[in-house]
Design a protein around this ligand. Structure first.
Ligand code: HXC
Ligand code: NAP
Length: 280
């Protein structure tokens, strides 16, 4: 399905598109024929990414702090002057590991402001315009595998991603009959400077994360970008209100009650546990 015209005529905004997964999605969407807008707080980072990716297609860099509703509205107005967006990717995030009891109110506000309110601001700004013009639209949000269950040491992010998934499922129903699709991806660890410097900042922590993954590897930005391309394309038009986990089975590794037997039992143990052959 990844023909070079898959996203032809699609106009896509990726929040946090200057780095990491956002940049990889921008690259893939351009390769597939889209016009891409990227936003973030650091203008120099955005301009550098836009210059680097411009050989693959039309890309525009718009500095914007998604925590600020007025700034988001102004950015969306500026984009709409060229024509309506077709797709919004809520990818911008803030996160770090910390003991929750040591977090200041500003630390909570900072992450919740980017992840939950930023997603809400951009979704509402696009959604209201799409509904008013009876224009179809697709929203894809980047969540995290801990959203449905929570996680110690990343509590502001866990709260926010859970809210993003609730928003996704709620609006999928409320807006689905008016041509707007809402989906999310929950990726497992994918090496990016932004995420790994804040969440797995030491080699031993990275090794722990690798060890708990059934596939014993991290995901790649290309794998994430391909899944995102599918989910925003018309090829997935009947997928609405879903959160697709892409983590090599890491989440399920934590869920299985007997999974740890794989470490505890040797080949000899397994042999001794087999029932003895019934006598003829
Ligand atoms: C405790 C911290 C902290 C830390 C910041 N704060 N870092 N508290 N531990 N490590 C506190 C500060 O002291 C301050 O509170 C408040 O948070 C705001 O910090 P600022 O630096 O002023 O905020 P700001 O410049 O807006 O930066 C936001 C940020 C930063 C979230 C703190 O990390 C950032 O810009 N992140 C963007 C990119 C990012 O996080 N990428 C990772 C996404 S990966 P006080 O009270 O002192 O003023 C992801 C998924 C991971 O989300 C899943 C992996 C498997
Ligand atoms: P990243 O490179 O740090 O990306 C975060 C982006 O968000 C940056 O470009 C950042 O740019 C932007 N951003 C932060 N605050 C912003 C704000 N207030 N307004 C606008 N933009 C803002 O990290 P990443 O790994 O690519 O993460 C991308 C997404 O994947 C996030 O939603 C993250 O939660 C999710 N995710 C990542 C992983 C992983 O392992 N990499 C796993 C699960 C989920 P500026 O700093 O210039 O604003």
């Amino acid at each position: 399905m990844f023909t070079p015209d898959l996203l032809h005529h699609k106009r896509i905004l990726i929040t946090g598109g200057g780095t990491g997964l956002g940049k990889a999605m921008a690259h893939r969407f351009l390769e597939l024929g889209a016009t891409v807008y990227i936003c973030g707080r650091r203008e120099d980072v955005l301009e550098k990414t836009a210059a680097e990716l411009s050989t693959s297609g039309p890309i525009h860099a718009l500095p914007c702090d998604v925590r600020n509703l007025d700034a988001v509205e102004a950015m969306i107005d500026a984009i709409w002057k060229d024509g309506p967006l077709d797709i919004l990717v809520n990818n911008a995030a803030g996160n770090f590991i910390a003991r929750t009891e040591e977090l200041s109110p500003r630390a909570f506000e900072s992450v919740i402001g980017i992840v939950l309110l930023g997603t809400l601001h951009a979704t509402m700004a696009c959604g209201r315009r799409w509904l008013k013009a009876a224009h179809s639209g697709t929203v894809l949000s980047i969540s995290a595998t801990y959203a449905p269950v929570g996680s110690a040491y990343v509590v502001p992010s866990a709260i926010s991603k859970a809210g993003v998934e609730a928003l996704t499922r709620s609006l999928a129903v409320e807006w689905g009959n008016r041509g707007i699709r809402m989906n999310a991806i929950a990726p497992g660890p994918i090496p990016t400077q932004g995420a790994f410097s804040r969440l797995l900042p030491r080699p031993d922590l990275e090794a722990l994360a690798l060890d708990r993954n059934p596939m014993h590897r991290f995901g790649t930005v290309e794998e994430l970008a391909n899944l995102a391309a599918f989910l925003v394309s018309d090829g997935s038009a009947y997928i609405n209100g879903e959160v697709i986990r892409m983590d090599g089975g890491e989440f399920l590794q934590g869920a299985g009650e007997f999974t740890t037997l794989g470490r505890a039992l040797t080949d000899e143990d397994w042999a001794s546990l087999k029932p003895s052959k019934p006598k003829p």
